[in-house]
Design a protein around this ligand. Structure first.
Ligand SMILES: Cc1cc2nc3c(=O)[nH]c(=O)nc-3n(C[C@H](O)[C@H](O)[C@H](O)COP(=O)(O)OP(=O)(O)OC[C@H]3O[C@@H](n4cnc5c(N)ncnc54)[C@H](O)[C@@H]3O)c2cc1C
Length: 261
């Protein structure tokens, strides 16, 4: 079973600052980490490989420093890692990102399963998984919390939905996105750390991927970030006065008026 896991390097903080001039995230001085949801994707890939054989290839598109997350992936069980990096990729939106990742997966050729996190903690769109499946022309199942059964031709998975679970059977190859309930990611082993330190991680550029530079970066991105801002919090509190009974009645009237009950 050949598994490709998509990993994105993200700022390791929820207290993001935005540069008001450029409308981009201020990344200076912030430690980068593997997108937390992607650690579950990686762990699941490694567990499936350990059980059924094959290999796990971790891929990431990002600047040169994104190599760090790929070394981390090797230290926790990935067999190989590939970095997609090129100045032509800068400014890519989700469509252009998915296009570059799809080109890499097509270049890898021999794959049975592609695993992504459910979403990132910075871009947060959850679009890349489904876009990959669409571009590759293969099935997609989101929010997987358990792989029930898998062989070379199909898999049965449990996916989380708002009020319960669904069990879905899909042919392979397929793309899945996973939720954190699926497993507990392992820590790197000493052997893994040594392997990661010595690993040679190839860098695939747009040219090596056979990508027309107009299909990635800003020119290949149909969406534009016009403005990024923190929403103002409205603090409209009201303290009800009078006897408790009247307060309760008043509260019920207000909730009814607001159509909340
Ligand atoms: C107009 C525009 C301009 C942008 N410019 C920039 C920019 O200049 N620099 C910049 O860093 N970002 C930029 N972005 C953000 C960039 O498009 C997103 O980071 C990227 O498309 C992934 O989207 P997401 O973070 O919402 O991922 P999601 O769709 O939430 O991710 C789902 C899963 O897909 C996989 N995945 C997502 N991204 C990657 C990746 N890069 N490599 C491997 N796997 C991945 C992971 O498994 C992840 O869990 C821009 C976005 C827009 C809309």
């Amino acid at each position: 079973m050949n598994i490709v896991v998509c990993l994105k390097q993200v700022p390791g903080t929820t207290e993001v600052k935005i540069d008001p001039q450029t409308n981009t995230l201020v990344r200076e001085g912030i430690k980068n980490i593997i997108n937390p949801f992607d650690t579950y994707a990686l762990e699941e890939g490694v567990r499936l490989k350990e059980r059924y054989g094959g290999k796990v290839t971790a891929i990431s598109m990002g600047p040169a420093q994104a190599e760090e997350v790929l070394r981390e992936a090797i230290s926790t069980g990935a067999d190989e890692a590939i970095l997609l990096s090129d100045s032509a990729f800068a400014g890519s939106d989700t469509l252009a990102t998915s296009y570059a990742l799809t080109s890499a997966i097509n270049k890898i050729q021999d794959y049975d399963l592609i695993i992504c996190g459910r979403q990132t903690i910075d871009g947060d769109t959850g679009q890349v998984g489904p876009e990959l499946a669409e571009m590759l022309g293969i099935p997609f199942v989101a929010y997987i919390s358990k792989v029930e059964e898998i062989d070379n031709e199909h898999m049965i998975v449990k996916r989380m939905v708002e009020d319960g679970h669904e069990v879905i059977e899909t042919p392979l190859p397929a793309v899945i996105t996973v939720v954190k309930e699926i497993n507990v990611p392992r820590l790197p082993s000493l052997r893994g750390l040594t392997k990661a330190r010595n690993a040679v991680i190839p860098i695939w550029t747009a040219r090596e991927l056979g990508i027309d530079k107009n299909s990635v970066g800003l020119s290949g991105s149909p969406t534009r970030v016009i403005k990024i801002f923190f929403p103002q919090r409205a603090h409209h509190g009201e303290v009800l006065q009078g006897e408790l009974e009247n307060q309760v009645k008043s509260l019920i009237d207000k909730l009814r008026d607001a159509k909340l009950i």
